[in-house]
Ligand binder design. Sequence first.
Ligand SMILES: Cc1cc2nc3c(=O)[nH]c(=O)nc-3n(C[C@H](O)[C@H](O)[C@H](O)COP(=O)(O)OP(=O)(O)OC[C@H]3O[C@@H](n4cnc5c(N)ncnc54)[C@H](O)[C@@H]3O)c2cc1C
Length: 314
Amino acid sequence: MASLNSHAKDLSRFWKGNILWDSPMSQFSSFKVGGPAEAIISASSAEDLNKLLQWLQKHDIAWWVIGRGSNILVPDKGLAGVIIVLEGEFRSMEKLMPADHAPEEEKIYMRAGGGCLLTKLVNYCTLQSLSGLEFAIGIPGSIGGAIVMNAGAWGSEVGALVESVSLMNKNGRIFAEQGKNLGFSYRKWTMPSNTVLLSATFGLKPGSSHDIKAACRKYQELRRKNQPLAEPSAGSFFKNPPHESAGRLIEAAGLKGYAVGGAKISEKHANFIVNTGDACATDIVNLMHLVQQKVYKRFDIKLEPEVHILGGED
Ligand SMILES: Cc1cc2nc3c(=O)[nH]c(=O)nc-3n(C[C@H](O)[C@H](O)[C@H](O)COP(=O)(O)OP(=O)(O)OC[C@H]3O[C@@H](n4cnc5c(N)ncnc54)[C@H](O)[C@@H]3O)c2cc1C
């Protein structure tokens, strides 16, 4: 990959919108850690995004698209390349008319942009008495992040509700895909890493307003009770191994409350690594390794991070 340094002037001339140069990624990550990205650019339309990706491809510059940064970890040394944030049309949401999408099993279809907040969609569905996404109440992040991660809670996953998506590949080509072809599995989809989720259509069912609101209240209450929501984190740090709970293993390994620098295993939920105030990304990575080693030694199970470490670990 080429360095952006030698192309910075060209990028400034080419891109008409704002560019944040060498800005800390801590402001874009729920962990509140991370060194600077060479450039952070907001794309507001598919046309702009297409131009930007073609420019990046032509100059062989590394890039990452992020949502609300609630499942990423950026190394302290920062990222050599461009971070893309989806704004404008990518934050919209609409209910589709039957003519736009063949009705089936009395489903009602909602389309949301890749940069739209998942919570915005869940709240809208609650107001409209559309059932299906109640489990997702309280999952921070965007539609793009939720689909890439196949976000889930309480036994349900976002991927199961995805009817279709609109995607853009690294050359700027837009293509559609059926949800069933995205190969969703636990906290994972199977698209190549440089594919941008532009929008997604969800199939929901008409439901009882009373039941939907009650389910949302219950899930929010469970989160408040069991999760350290006041401290910066990325939610559950490790994936649950098959038929096991990562939190249970970490707690049984005696690691609850264990700290490395400013990174700590939450006392409230052992699968949450929290930033106690002055953590750096290296503290979090070192704590991650320590947890992996201790759990492996004790249970012969290798914990795999759910959090995406942008740019890799070194
Ligand atoms: C307090 C807390 C609670 C949480 N609870 C849950 C939970 O219950 N269940 C759960 O599954 N997760 C949970 N999470 C983790 C996180 O919120 C989800 O994974 C969320 O879906 C990530 O969305 P995001 O927009 O923040 O993605 P980001 O963190 O910004 O990105 C995650 C990954 O998706 C990629 N990405 C983002 N947008 C796009 C796009 N448009 N196109 C292509 N790639 C994209 C990024 O490159 C990155 O690889 C929690 C996090 C916190 C902080």
